[in-house]
Design a protein around this ligand. Sequence first.
Ligand SMILES: Cc1cc2nc3c(=O)[nH]c(=O)nc-3n(C[C@H](O)[C@H](O)[C@H](O)COP(=O)(O)OP(=O)(O)OC[C@H]3O[C@@H](n4cnc5c(N)ncnc54)[C@H](O)[C@@H]3O)c2cc1C
Length: 323
Amino acid sequence: MTAPDAQDVVVVGGGIGGVACARALTEAGTPVRVLERAHRVGGRMSSKPLPADAGRVVDLGAAYFTVRDDEFAAVAESWRRRGFAVPWTDTLASREPDGSWSSKSGPERWCAPGGLRTLVDDLARDLRISYGHTVTSVGPGPTVDGRPARAVVLAMPDPQAARLLDPALRAAPVVADRAWQPVISVALGFGHRSWEHLSAAFVNGHPDVDLIADDGDRRGDLAPVLVAHSTAERARQHLDDPDGAVVPVVAAVTELLGLSDAPAWTHAHRWSFASPAEPHDGEFSLDDDLVGLCGDGWGSPKVETAWRSGTLLGRAIADRVAG
Ligand SMILES: Cc1cc2nc3c(=O)[nH]c(=O)nc-3n(C[C@H](O)[C@H](O)[C@H](O)COP(=O)(O)OP(=O)(O)OC[C@H]3O[C@@H](n4cnc5c(N)ncnc54)[C@H](O)[C@@H]3O)c2cc1C
């Protein structure tokens, strides 16, 4: 594990927000190091090999991403050109509480054949990143775990940032006591595809399931794998034991899609902080302590928001430390 230099801007968090921030700083010529507690970048754009020995990844966090911002569109186009991302569908199914189904058109949803994490891997290329590095405190100076830094960025959900910040810092009250909603994602692997064409379905008003996505359809290999996102209410009942959500979520998916087969395997992943109850005002925060905050809490909670928030914050810090 390599410690940051006192001249580095330190970005804590290697999700797409933190990685976009570090990329913007690097492009501006400002030295930066990312500290990530996991052994990979990606955060909530998580793609995990399932079953563990199968070699095929399943997207367990974000289901897809949308592209509205012109600059992010250029990034998405670069991913598309190089085969990292593909436009998937602009039409998803919607299931109403009365049991009726309809199609809902909306923005084009994009996916990644290799899993959404590969997009963050791509943005992170050539950046200086320390993995397996869990930061425990950010203090005045600013300091990170007691070591001085030129500026510090916290690129993560507010409750995670709140744990790190010294109460004397201006950023501390900004992230204190902010409610975020949990989700438990349940992947279901089958022997064959027994459902009609789905792409993904919003499930409205169901006690257990909010969304069902066809992982084989979005990834383009037609693997017989579904991923269901639980409701926040269902997730709250199983935060200490995410596997406990599998039975009710599988029962809901089976009933909603009229499946005749039981899954051959399942996997549950807990997201304690999947999305903010309320967004912050503005697109990021940067104060006179030189502590910045960014991520998908700064707007509509989406991949694109996190990218834009991190990018804008990186440019703002580069301007500040150069001035
Ligand atoms: C179930 C689910 C479904 C979603 N569906 C969609 C969707 O369909 N479309 C869409 O656009 N978005 C969706 N999202 C949201 C999308 O995933 C996020 O907006 C985006 O990934 C957030 O990126 P981020 O960088 O802000 O945060 P994160 O991805 O959460 O990154 C934070 C990083 O900080 C690291 N970290 C935390 N604490 C520490 C510490 N103390 N020290 C070091 N590192 C630390 C974490 O390990 C993590 O890597 C979904 C999210 C979830 C969970």
